[in-house]
Design a protein around this ligand. Structure first.
Ligand code: BGP
Length: 467
């Protein structure tokens, strides 16, 4: 096969993403308040893989200058961390922590000085504990506290940041906290989940409104994990089940954030099932009038859906599972043999086509895409470098589909990998490694660039690659 060069625009955003709780460390330093992860780890450390908790991250809080130099070395022109709400406002709705203001200002300033645009996310799964005690996203009071927090961020950092995001993957806390139990408080209650989801949308719209009212420079967006829902067959029941999965896990956030309205079918379904959330006068109008400028898309794997065989099991605890089974395995598809997730590169293209055709071709970028690998230490060579050719293949195969979507006119402006340095990942801790750079927890947080890191540098330098 002849080789081809996949050229992306010169100003394409190349970089990576992480989040405060997953990379900062210093969980109990610098005046930071407790968030739900600090609390959960203190209460139930055995829930976490190898009992490793959120103080054991890659230590960005102390090593950010070194890490930003490494980003520059790997050719990053952008990086997306998040701000920790409980670091900036330890009680969630009280005093601002000046030490946190100094830390974030210096980190963002250092990024800028090194040609790295800070893409700043306001919320990445890390509810301050005092806010969770008030009900977290199920509480209207917490929505207001979040909006105050967002305004404080715009005021304190607005001169250094021009790309803001209201949330990362807002559907995940709904699933984790109220549907499946992998985020604190693991309280399985579908009705609360729907309310929390509605409040996250409302909070996002209010933050967008505050950003525009404040006249800040730049753009504001949201980061969504989109999982194309493919039916197992063309049988009407499978098609219906796939549609319901799409409504719950994609369109519940994509439609209101981008179009300003919830899908009619979703509203109808929730109503029929008795799960309509509390909506106050003016809420829907506010959501309609404050849609985002920019959409970040996280993509890892699709959903493969088949209708439940014995529908409906009305006693099933969670509504989505009454309608469908979600499974990874499918004959003839490529599985990630290093971890167990399906690899389906074309999914990234299907999402981009959908955004172009059905969401007004809103400016977007791939905000996370990556491959988690268990026991990655097995791939270290004699020089101490991880030879992760599988990851290079993963990136190439996805980028080819992004390139095709771009050529067809999709307004896609960048590609961020998950992640820069191996990071701590919630209950999974360090089970799956994702970084362009490996982290040695037993050797003073030593960072070593992986083979994929070297490859990614050449991609960002040329804004493209040959294959
Ligand atoms: C994304 C989240 C990240 C990170 C990643 C990998 O959905 O935005 O925060 O956790 O998934 O997850 P995991 O380590 O569980 O494979």
């Amino acid at each position: 096969m002849t080789k081809q060069f996949y050229q992306f625009p010169k100003d394409f955003w190349w970089g990576s993403a992480s989040s405060a709780t997953q990379m900062e460390g210093a969980a109990h330093e610098g005046g930071k308040g407790e968030n739900i992860w600090d609390h959960w780890y203190k209460e139930e450390p055995n829930r976490f893989f190898d009992e490793v908790g959120p103080e054991n991250t890659s230590n960005f809080y102390h090593q950010y200058k070194e890490d930003i130099q490494l980003m520059k070395e790997l050719g990053h022109n952008s990086f997306r961390p998040s701000i920790s709400w409980s670091r900036l406002i330890p009680t969630g709705d009280g005093e601002v922590n000046q030490e946190a203001v100094r830390f974030y200002r210096d980190a963002f300033q250092t990024m800028r000085e090194n040609g790295i645009e800070p893409f700043i996310n306001l919320y990445h799964f890390d509810m301050p504990m005092s806010m969770q005690e008030k009900g977290g996203w199920t509480s209207r009071e917490v929505v207001e506290a979040y909006v105050r927090y967002a305004k404080i961020c715009f005021e304190q950092f607005g001169d250094l940041v021009t790309k803001w995001f209201t949330h990362n993957e807002p559907v995940v806390p709904v699933e984790g906290q109220y549907l499946y139990g992998f985020h604190y408080p693991a309280e399985l209650d579908f009705k609360k989940g729907v309310q929390a989801g509605f409040h996250a949308v409302l909070a996002g719209a209010k933050a967008v409104q505050a950003f525009r009212d404040g006249g800040y420079a730049g753009e504001i967006g949201v980061i969504l994990n989109l999982t194309p829902s493919y039916p197992r067959s063309q049988h009407p029941e499978d098609l219906k089940a796939a549609h319901i999965a799409d409504l719950f896990f994609n369109r519940s956030f994509l439609d209101p954030f981008v179009k300003g309205e919830f899908p009619e079918d979703l509203v109808k379904l929730l109503d029929e099932e008795g799960f309509t959330p509390e909506v106050l006068e003016g809420d829907l109008e506010l959501i309609a009038n404050n849609t985002v400028d920019l959409l970040g898309i996280n993509y890892y794997q699709p959903r493969r859906i088949k209708a439940k065989e014995n529908m409906p099991n009305l006693q099933a605890p969670f509504l989505p599972e009454r309608f469908f089974d979600y499974f990874h395995e499918m004959h003839g598809r490529k599985m990630n043999k290093y971890r167990g997730w399906e690899i389906y590169e074309k999914g990234i293209y299907d999402i981009l086509v959908n955004v172009r055709e059905n969401y007004g071709n809103i400016p977007c970028f791939i905000s996370e895409n990556g491959m988690g690998v268990e026991d990655e230490g097995r791939f270290i060579d004699e020089n101490g470098q991880i030879q992760d050719d599988y990851r290079i293949e993963f990136y190439k195969s996805h980028l080819k589909w992004v390139h095709k979507a771009l050529e067809e006119g999709t307004n896609v402006k960048g590609y961020h990998v998950w992640t820069f340095i191996d990071n701590w990942s919630w209950l999974n801790a360090y089970k799956n490694r994702y970084g362009l750079i490996s982290l040695d927890l037993n050797n003073n947080f030593k960072r070593t660039i992986k083979k994929s890191g070297e490859w990614y540098r050449s991609v960002s330098e040329q804004s493209g690659f040959e294959d």
